[in-house]
Design a protein around this ligand. Structure first.
Ligand code: 3PY
Length: 251
């Protein structure tokens, strides 16, 4: 039996993922074949349409999970991401408890929430309709992003909302909200990140984080981060190309 992303989040093993923003099924296929545990498919930034995202989900192999970051916290975008078969959603900029509740409710069928019912890829186009709608509330992961100082101030209320499967910290947006745009290692940003980690750990909520590079991974895992998105597809392509060019030009 294949584990759902939600089950993996609760497991002992840290999950290593990466951000994918280029709309290419070949790319999501390749990154899954490379061995990532999960892909963070980014529809918040970039040009990806839901048809393109669906084809990227269809291409994922190797037991890799694929979670979509929706462009914003609306029932329509959350429903669409789940209907095309994402293993979960990452909902950006959740700053209050009512926004957290809206995210959770949009991802859960009634009576728990208000996800509307339709027939799509997630339901095997209707072939597996009843089974899917009966298990979706338990199998789909809802991850909220804490990435604004307002969210850090409201964290106790946000984390009291039922149904949050993980918190993904957004260091860059956090840095902007703290007047330290881009300076994610500045003390105010690091302090906010520490606060989020402590409060999530107290509640047993899995913590995720984006890292541009791998050098702080060990420290992250030691401080309780359990699911990581390291690097981006665009950076992998650029840095691989750059490395070849530099080594050739040194000859
Ligand atoms: C952030 O750093 O703000 C993110 O959301 C990561 O993509």
């Amino acid at each position: 039996m294949i584990m759902t992303f939600k089950e993996k989040l609760r497991g002992q093993k840290p999950l290593l993922g990466t951000i994918v923003s280029l709309p290419s099924p070949e790319l999501s296929e390749l990154l899954s074949l490379a061995g990532f545990d999960w892909l963070f498919i980014d529809m918040e930034h970039g040009t990806m349409s839901s048809g393109e995202a669906q084809r990227m989900l269809q291409a994922v192999k190797n037991g890799c999970s694929a979670v979509i970051r929706v462009a914003e916290n609306t029932p329509m975008l959350i429903k669409q991401a789940l209907d095309i078969g994402a293993d979960g959603v990452i909902v950006p900029l959740v700053n209050t408890a009512s926004e957290a509740k809206q995210a959770v409710d949009s991802a859960r069928y009634p009576p728990v929430g208000n996800r509307s019912v339709g027939i799509a890829r997630a339901h095997d186009y209707g072939m597996n309709f009843t089974d899917y709608i009966q298990r979706a509330n338990d199998s789909v992961a809802v991850i909220i992003q804490i990435e604004h100082e307002e969210a850090v101030r409201n964290l106790d209320d946000i984390l009291a909302v039922d149904g949050i499967d993980g918190v993904f910290i957004g260091p860059y947006d956090l840095s902007g909200s703290l007047n330290k745009l881009g300076d994610v290692f500045s003390e105010p940003v690091q302090e906010a990140i520490r606060t989020v980690k402590i409060k999530c750990s107290e509640k047993g909520i899995p913590i995720g984080l984006f890292l541009q590079k791998t050098d702080t991974i060990q420290a992250e895992l030691a401080s309780g981060t359990t699911f990581l998105a390291v690097g981006t597809d665009t950076f992998f392509v650029w840095s691989g190309a750059k490395q070849v060019l530099e080594s050739v030009r040194r000859l």
